[in-house]
Every structure is written in C-alpha cells, then in structure tokens.
Write a protein that binds this ligand. Structure first.
Ligand SMILES: [Zn+2]
Length: 587
C-alpha cells in the first residue's frame, strides 16, 4: 500500500525553503503565496544554494513525525478516467447534459475551480496534468506544438509518476488537440497516444477501452473551444457543442460500464478554461478563469468540492491510484471530494536562483576606456551602439543617433540605471542591417508577460512573415522571428526556470554567413536554429531603425513589461569566447 502523505509533503516543502538572500523579497513573495493570489504565486524565490541539503534534512525530520492520515489506508482505485473539455469553463450547467447529470448524480462537483493564469490551453492542461502552475511547468501553446516535454523535468506529469510507480500501468491519451500528446505528456513513457476530431476520437476511445484496461486514460475534446472562439463562449453554438460533447462522454462512460469497470474507476470530467462572450480567452474574467471539475467513484462524497485549483486535478488522480505526489507539486487533494479527506495546506515550492546575477545590485557603469566596459571587452570597432540607460538613451559609444517615443522610466539597472519600457520605446536611427551578421547582448528583468511585445525589432510584427526581424518577449519564453515577406522563421527560447523578477542575460547572434541564429541565456551554451534556405539571401531590413521596446512600426499593441540594461548592438558575430568574456565582465 502506498501512502498518501500530502501534509508531510507540504511540511517538507515549507521547511525546505531558504535562509534568505534579499530576504525582503523572499518574505514578500511568501506572504503573497499564503494569502493573495493562489493561482499565481506559489513560486517563491531564493538564491540560497544550500537549500537542497536543507531539504534533505527537512525530509528526514518530517519522515519521523508520527500519525499518517486515516485515508492512507483507504480505497485505491484501479483506474482513473479524466475527460477534458477544452474551453467549456463552467458552462456545463447552462445547457442540457443528460449524461453528466446521470454520471455525477452521486458525484462531487465544483463550478468554480480556479484555472491557471494565463487562461490558455497549454498552460491550463499543463497545470492539470503536472500539478503545478505555469510558472513551474512553463508550457505554452507554441512550445507544446513542437517541443517534447523534458522527460527529466522536476515537474513530472501524472503519467510519469504513475509509470515510475508501476511499469505495467496501461496509460492512454486521446486528444483532439494533438500538441498535448506532443508537448505536455512525456514521450518516453509508453503512453498510447491518439488524435482525431471529437466524434472520431470517441469511437477510438470506446474501441480502445473494449480491448484494454487503462490505468489512466486522459481525453481532450476540442470542439467546444472551437465553438467558443467562433461564436462566443456561452453562445447558443458553444452551449450546443457542450451538449454534443455530453453525448460523447456518455458513450465513453458506457464503454466502461460494459467492461464492468465502474465500481473500481474514478471518473472525472473537467474543463481547462472558459472564455468571453466575444470569443476569446487568456484573461482573468470569471467566465475565463472558473471551470468545472466533476468526479464520480466509490469513495467520492456527493456534493460540492471545496476550494480547488486546476493543478489539484493531478493530485486527485494520484491520490485515487494510491500514489504519493512529487515534492515539487503544489497541487493538493481538495476537501469535499473523497469521503473523509480534508485538504492539506497547499504545498509551497521554492525555486532556487541558479545564478547570483539574478539578484545583482546595481553598481556604477564602468567607463569606456577603463578596461571594464563592455565596449573595452568586445572592442570599440565592433560595437555599433551601446545604451547604458543611465538616465538617457544616448549611445555611450558615440556612434548611433537615437530617438525616444512615449515615456521611459529609469530604475536600478545591472550597471547604473536601466530602462523600464512599459509606456515607451527607443529607436536606433538609420540602422539597416541588410544581409550582414549582427549580435545583441543585453540584460533584462521581467515578471509576468502577456501577448508578445518586442524586446527589439525592425519589422511590422503584426505578421511574422513581414520582412525584418524581432526578438519578442512572451509568457515563458523569448522568441526570435524573421521574415522576408514570403517565408518566416520562428524560434522560441524557454526561460531559465528562475528568471522571474531576476536579471537574465540574453545574447542573440544572427550569423548570415553560417545561415544560423544563435541564442544564449546567462552566458550558457548557444542554442542554434537554421535560417530557412528561402531566406538565406534575403535582406533582414524593413524599417531602417532598430526599435527597442517596440516593433519597427513603434505602434505594436503590446508594450514591453521589462527593464533592460547594457544594450549592446554588435557588428558581426559574437563567439563563444566573446560570451565567456562577457560572463567575466558581468560576474
Ligand atoms: Zn483550451
């Protein structure tokens, strides 16, 4: 019998925290974790590098504590079914759902489960399956469509935890929106993965269940979300599609019934997010952020589930199967779902800062010629523009002419001051790169980001195919895009896990001779992407300026919520040795 000890997990995680760097920041964030926005702030920060040891000691202490909760000896389900309805929010009770009514007649239901922020599919499904907020799993729609989830991640999916506990578990995922299979559920677990339209998917699932006995079956229906985008969430078309999906759910339930599985199965229906009457989602309106979660099973308590967040779904799955959840998860089994099970205190996960420079405190900008300036390190000949942002946007290298737009704010930088771009931008005038190679080195500090504002760009970013290039800042990553009017290239660079509100160094190299774009965070290894053949001889020019904090039009809808410092535009390519020299300069 595997024991459920979530209260111990919580204790371990709290004990495992930190001794404090800028303890002010840490305490402030921890306080928020405890009382303010439970969806957002479970990620607290610390630069204490000794904590892993502390965590080990704390774990030992916790192991010695007496008395495990009663439910540890409780009923263990043989299987769990989690049927997800994309974009259904909590609209299930606004339309006819005879199957849900029947299945959950004696079940536990909540219509106000708080989903993840932003209310976007990858972020929300990611939280549902990985038991953490997007700040930890860092999944985004663009990432999951092409990038397999790290099989070694410290935030495993429920699939991985089940597999690691039971090599013989039968695992299956049927998703209309296949990126879940590609980028959210790990690829190396022997999960049976399939994808089709909702009706065809239902047929595949019923056929599969007739022949197999899946320990954990995950399903994602997508057509409700499509109807919401097309006609508005809560519209007649959206509600009608929920009723149609109710029919699919009924068929799957019957497939389990026919196999005689119901007695030993936990059956769940849930949504990832809702949406607005206007047909969008991503924001935090009630219609977007509250979703339904319904469970039926032998030990499920009839009635209303207590405080629940979408990340708790993963905890529910593991609890039902009798497995302990990972110490890194911040989900928990809610009260009012399983008979006799009260929610433990929400586990806290403390992200360690990987680099001391995350919490670097400003020191004066070294003077050019002192040997300690970035211009000295890289060589004055190669530096085209050097913006220190020490209370102005003048080029400290004395080469470029710059122009400001809107309001810029000067705050503590890495060296001297840095510039906050929330309401303004700066343009390096008369800079046309053509087919020349160029590089950029800069420091950035950012928090949560919505949309995809420009860090710097010379193009009209309303369309990625437009001529020119951009390095844009997004929730969870930085993205390079270039286009020539026909072909485009896009490459995403997921943030280091501890980037939030700390200094992060970015190096971008556009090497036209090699036909490559290279990028590095924090002076690490370059990540290389090929420039498509159709763009190899294209000019990268669009507007003849390099805009910082805006795209080339200076009118892109999203402003840049970041502080930048030490912006250096370099002629030609920065080499790995240059990056080492920069690391030395900025250490
Ligand atoms: Zn979705």
């Amino acid at each position: 019998m595997k024991n459920i000890r979530c209260f111990l997990t919580a204790l371990v995680l709290i004990l495992a925290s930190f001794t404090g760097c800028s303890s002010e920041t840490t305490e402030e964030i921890l306080t928020e974790t405890d009382v303010i926005d439970p969806n957002q702030t479970s990620v607290s920060v610390s630069e204490d590098t000794e904590s892993p040891e502390d965590a080990g000691e704390a774990a030992e202490v916790a192991e010695e504590l007496p008395a495990e909760p009663e439910e540890a000896e409780g009923f263990v389900y043989e299987r769990v079914v989690l049927l997800g309805v994309d974009g259904a929010g909590n609209f299930f009770n606004k339309t006819d759902t005879p199957n849900l009514d029947r299945i959950f007649e004696n079940g536990a239901v909540s219509y106000d489960v708080l989903t993840s922020d932003p209310t976007i599919s990858a972020e929300c499904w990611g939280s549902m399956l990985h038991g953490v907020t997007p700040q930890c799993h860092r999944l985004s729609n663009s990432l999951v469509s092409s990038t397999p989830y790290d099989p070694e991640s410290e935030f495993p999916s429920a699939f991985r935890v089940i597999r690691e506990n039971d090599p013989d578990a039968v695992l299956a995922s049927f998703c209309n929106w296949n990126p879940i299979n590609v980028g959210i559920i790990e690829d190396n677990l022997g999960v049976h993965k399939d994808s089709a339209g909702d009706a065809a998917l239902t047929k595949k699932i019923c056929d599969y269940v007739a022949e197999n006995d899946p320990t954990f079956l995950f399903v994602q229906f997508d057509e409700v979300d499509g109807a919401g985008h097309g006609s508005g969430y809560g519209s007649a078309a959206h509600l009608k599609q929920i009723s149609i999906t109710d029919g699919y759910i009924g068929k799957i339930y019957e497939a389990y019934e026919e196999r005689g599985f119901l007695e030993t199965t936990l059956f769940i229906v849930a949504a990832d997010h809702g949406g607005t009457p206007g047909g969008s989602h991503g924001g935090l309106s009630d219609a977007e952020k509250y979703v339904m979660f319904a469970a039926a099973g032998k030990t499920v308590e009839k009635g209303t589930i207590g405080d629940m967040e979408i990340r708790d779904s993963a905890s529910v799955v593991l609890h039902a199967l009798g497995y302990e959840q990972p110490d890194t998860w911040t989900g928990r089994v809610p009260s009012g779902l399983f008979e006799g099970v009260e929610a433990c205190e929400r586990p806290v996960y403390t992200i360690q800062y990987a680099y001391e420079h995350r919490t670097h405190e400003s020191v004066p900008t070294p003077e050019i010629g002192s040997g300690n300036s970035v211009v000295d390190v890289l060589g004055a000949d190669r530096v085209l523009t050097y913006l220190t942002f020490d209370d102005n946007t003048a080029d400290a290298a004395g080469k470029a002419v710059t122009a400001e737009k809107g309001k810029l704010y000067y705050v503590d930088g890495y060296f001297g001051n840095g510039c906050k771009f929330d309401d303004g931008s700066v343009a390096v005038k008369d800079y046309a790169v053509g087919t020349d190679s160029f590089s950029v080195s800069l420091w950035m500090k950012t928090g949560s980001v919505s949309s995809d504002p420009a860090l710097f760009s010379n193009k009209d970013w309303n369309n990625g195919s437009n001529p020119g290039y951009i390095l844009s800042l997004r929730s969870g990553d930085v993205k390079f895009n270039a286009g020539n009017g026909g072909t485009r290239m896009d490459k995403e660079y997921p943030f280091p896990i501890d980037y939030m509100d700390g200094w992060v160094h970015l190096t971008l190299v556009v090497d036209r001779e090699a036909g490559e774009v290279r990028f590095a965070y924090d002076f690490g290894e370059f990540i290389t992407a090929e420039i498509p053949a159709a763009m190899k001889n294209s000019s990268f020019d669009a507007y003849k300026t390099l805009c910082i904090g805006q795209d080339g039009t200076k009118n892109y809808s999203a402003a840049l919520p970041a502080v930048l410092d030490e912006f250096v535009l370099i002629d030609g390519v920065l080499t790995a040795d240059d990056v080492k020299a920069l690391a030395e300069l900025y250490k």
